[in-house]
Design a protein around this ligand. Structure first.
Ligand code: APR
Length: 255
């Protein structure tokens, strides 16, 4: 376990000297806000469902109300949750680094609530919905007795504005993420199992492009290799320590 008082010096230096830092986050970053990760067992009334069986176009076609209500439950979880110190540290890093891009697979909007502004949402955002027929995006919608509500423009069912299994990622977001990974000099992969493409390839692409890469996760073993750091740690504990160690003189309040 990498603890705050045993940070790899090479990574602290790389963070301080980086010209362009890119961070890729997964569900592990939101876990300390109480949001279950994708591969945690589902809890409560959703315990009997597997997310992979709900987050698909087929599931929505088969039972739109069930899928809509699963996202409504997740939206409630997210609304009741707060950004944790890991989210806040990434928002601070964006203010301190010469250049910073955050790429997230998370759909909970917690990075933005923590103050991150340069955010690429690879898998969408469950706080938005979109027309299942024409794609128009909405941030508010009517409560109806028999959800999903109809699109106000065409009447087709509204659906969460997220990427489901088997669907393509938003091309513009993917292109921006790829460009960030190939041009940064430090790439942080945080709280992601790295099981789902194309996000899973981004750390490899960054490394192949000459960047230093750090993987912060609970299912890695601590190791330091050439331009590669593996840190077994909780993002909410490690990220604040890493940012403070790299920028010791920054005023935590104003920057
Ligand atoms: N700090 C750091 N890492 C953590 C923490 C934590 N506090 N808690 C859990 N983790 C790690 C786990 O060890 C795991 O490797 O976060 C990772 C979460 O993995 P997943 O649940 O697979 O989530 P993610 O990688 O984001 O999934 C990617 O798959 O299901 C699809 O679209 C969905 O965006 C999701 C994508």
């Amino acid at each position: 376990m990498t603890t705050a008082d045993a940070l790899p010096p090479g990574l602290v230096t790389a963070l301080r000297q980086a010209r362009y830092i890119v961070a890729l986050t997964g569900a592990g970053v939101s876990a300390e806000s109480g949001i279950p990760t994708f591969r945690d067992a589902q809890t409560g009334l959703w315990a009997r469902y597997n997310p992979e069986d709900l987050a698909t176009p087929e599931a929505f076609r088969r039972n739109p109300r069930l899928v809509w209500e699963w996202y409504a439950w997740r939206r409630q979880l997210v609304s009741a949750a707060a950004p944790n110190p890991g989210h806040l540290a990434l928002a601070r890093l964006e203010r301190l680094a010469p250049r910073f891009t955050l790429i997230t697979q998370n759909v909970d909007g917690l990075h933005q609530r923590a103050g991150s502004t340069s955010v690429i949402e690879l898998h969408g955002n469950l706080l938005r919905v979109r027309c299942s027929a024409e794609g128009a995006v909405y941030t508010t919608w009517p409560d109806v007795a028999d959800p999903p509500p109809p699109c106000p423009a065409c009447g087709a069912p509204l659906r969460p504005d997220v990427v489901w299994f088997g669907e393509l990622l938003p091309p513009e977001a993917l292109e921006r993420a790829w460009r960030a990974a190939t041009t940064c000099d430090l790439f942080l992969s945080i709280g992601t199992s790295g099981l789902v493409e194309p996000a899973a390839s981004l750390p490899r692409v960054a490394y192949a492009s000459g960047a230093t890469v750090a993987v912060i996760n609970l299912d890695v073993t601590d190791a330091v290799e050439e331009r590669l750091f593996y840190l077994h740690a909780r993002s909410g504990e490690l990220l604040p320590a890493l940012v403070s160690a790299a920028f010791p003189d920054a005023d935590a309040v104003t920057r």
